[in-house]
Design a binder for this molecule. Structure first.
Ligand SMILES: Cc1cc2nc3c(=O)[nH]c(=O)nc-3n(C[C@H](O)[C@H](O)[C@H](O)COP(=O)(O)OP(=O)(O)OC[C@H]3O[C@@H](n4cnc5c(N)ncnc54)[C@H](O)[C@@H]3O)c2cc1C
Length: 393
């Protein structure tokens, strides 16, 4: 997302820009839901990607209890989109001749006036700048700032996106059209509708995004990262290889605690998968002629659903800085001065919301936030709401 946003914004200020993607195949078919914010809608419009058929608008959000009764409710119009839809909109802004699949960044050399970038297969490109938009485990960042490593939050999520057509009539009526929370102690379940396969927005063809936050210490996570064949993975297990005993335990836990409409979502998910939650903070996001954007620059936990908005805003700020300075180095410094503090604020805000999970509460402020977020009312007010950054202006 951040690479595509960067290319779109740089093209608009007249720069030549090439995108190098490690994956050898187009990145489509990822089912994840994406909450939108005014900042993301702005970035999509300003980049030229636009917001056509972006997603599904919900009129309100509410929380339910174990019996499925509504415990708190807020009118809140919000568009829920999907990773696929955003990728397609942004991808269409890039001339295919400038989008290179199967190129993995390996290292960068700098001489003060430009960069020489080495990719797999011995390929080398020279440029004025390198923009690292290669995600939370950025190889670019690990070269220019190896000390900055993602930190495990102490919890993970089970995710999936059951098809609308597979859900029970009660689920479709009571929760499908809405942004819904279920909040047992030290857990968060969040659900909302998203488009179906190939961005299908037709009723009956959509999906329901399901996210279930659960606590696990680092040792437990390591054990969960052993796959069905007994192979230990470092960060997470690819969805088809998740162990059957973990899925069976997840189903059993869901039967014990979930309201029936949420249990229906769990039982109809085709391939539930696990995402461990990490974050990264960075004291700098510019290193000579290398600028970081999106998750590679600073990666918040996903409680606000703001990562793609941040990626778009980083890319726009970078292009604006380059457009308004004749000197590239001064422009990059201006970008660093503007976006590094914002990235940190976003990460710190996500940690604040993460105190709901009751993990590693170090300070009085952590404990105060944890207490505050124990009510359904407070969670509706704080999680994934628009304009949360205004409080920091
Ligand atoms: C559970 C969860 C829920 C989320 N929900 C939301 C939400 O509701 N709303 C929202 O806005 N955000 C959400 N996010 C965050 C969002 O997904 C990320 O912030 C966003 O994808 C960041 O985009 P990025 O381009 O910076 O990084 P990535 O999406 O990680 O992309 C990095 C790209 O770089 C490529 N790459 C990696 N290494 C190399 C290399 N060496 N050479 C070349 N290419 C390389 C990768 O293949 C990948 O395509 C969520 C995240 C999670 C984990």
């Amino acid at each position: 997302m951040s690479g595509l946003f960067t290319a779109a914004f740089l093209r608009r200020i007249g720069w030549d820009c090439d995108v190098y993607e490690r994956s050898g195949v187009e990145l489509v078919g990822r089912g994840a839901g994406i909450t939108t914010h005014p900042e993301l809608l702005h970035a999509l419009d300003a980049s030229g990607a636009g917001t056509r058929d972006l997603g599904i608008e919900v009129p309100k959000r509410f929380a339910i209890d174990r019996q499925g009764r509504v415990t708190a409710e807020r009118p809140l119009r919000q568009i829920l989109t999907s990773w696929d839809r955003l990728q397609r909109l942004l991808r269409a802004t890039i001339d295919p001749a400038h989008y290179h699949l199967g190129w993995a960044f390996e290292r960068v050399e700098q001489d003060g006036g430009g960069v020489r970038v080495h990719f797999n297969g011995g390929r080398v490109e020279e440029a004025d700048i390198l923009v690292g938009g290669d995600g939370i485990r950025s190889s670019v960042r690990s070269q220019v700032a190896p000390e900055l490593q993602p930190i495990y939050a102490g919890y993970y999520i089970w995710r999936g996106s059951p098809n609308e057509a597979d859900l029970a009539p009660k689920t479709l009526k009571e929760i499908f059209p809405y942004f819904v929370f279920y909040l047992p102690p030290r857990q968060e379940v969040i659900t909302y509708p998203i488009s179906g396969f190939n961005d299908d927005l037709r009723p009956g063809h959509r999906r329901y995004n399901f996210i279930w936050y659960r606590v696990a210490d680092a040792a437990t996570l390591k054990e969960m990262n052993v796959d069905e064949r007994g192979v230990q993975h470092e960060h997470s297990v690819p969805p088809p290889l998740i162990r059957k005993d973990l899925i069976a335990q997840m189903y059993a836990d869901a039967r014990d605690i979930m309201p029936d409409v949420m249990l229906d979502c769990v039982m109809t998910m085709k391939q539930p998968f696990i995402t461990p939650i990490y974050d990264v903070l960075a004291p700098r996001i510019v290193f000579g002629r290398v600028a970081m954007v999106g998750d590679a620059a600073a990666n918040p936990r996903p409680h606000m659903g703001f990562g793609v908005a941040k990626a778009g805003n980083d890319a726009e700020a970078l292009a604006k800085a380059l457009d308004s300075h004749n000197d590239i180095d001064k422009a990059l410094e201006a970008y660093n001065a503007e976006r590094q503090p914002v990235g940190n604020t976003i990460v710190m805000h996500s940690r604040k919301l993460g105190t709901h999970m009751g993990v590693d509460l170090k300070t009085d402020e952590d404990r105060r936030m944890h207490e505050l977020l124990q009510t359904d009312e407070a969670m509706l007010d704080w999680i994934a709401v628009p304009n949360f950054l205004d409080a920091y202006k």
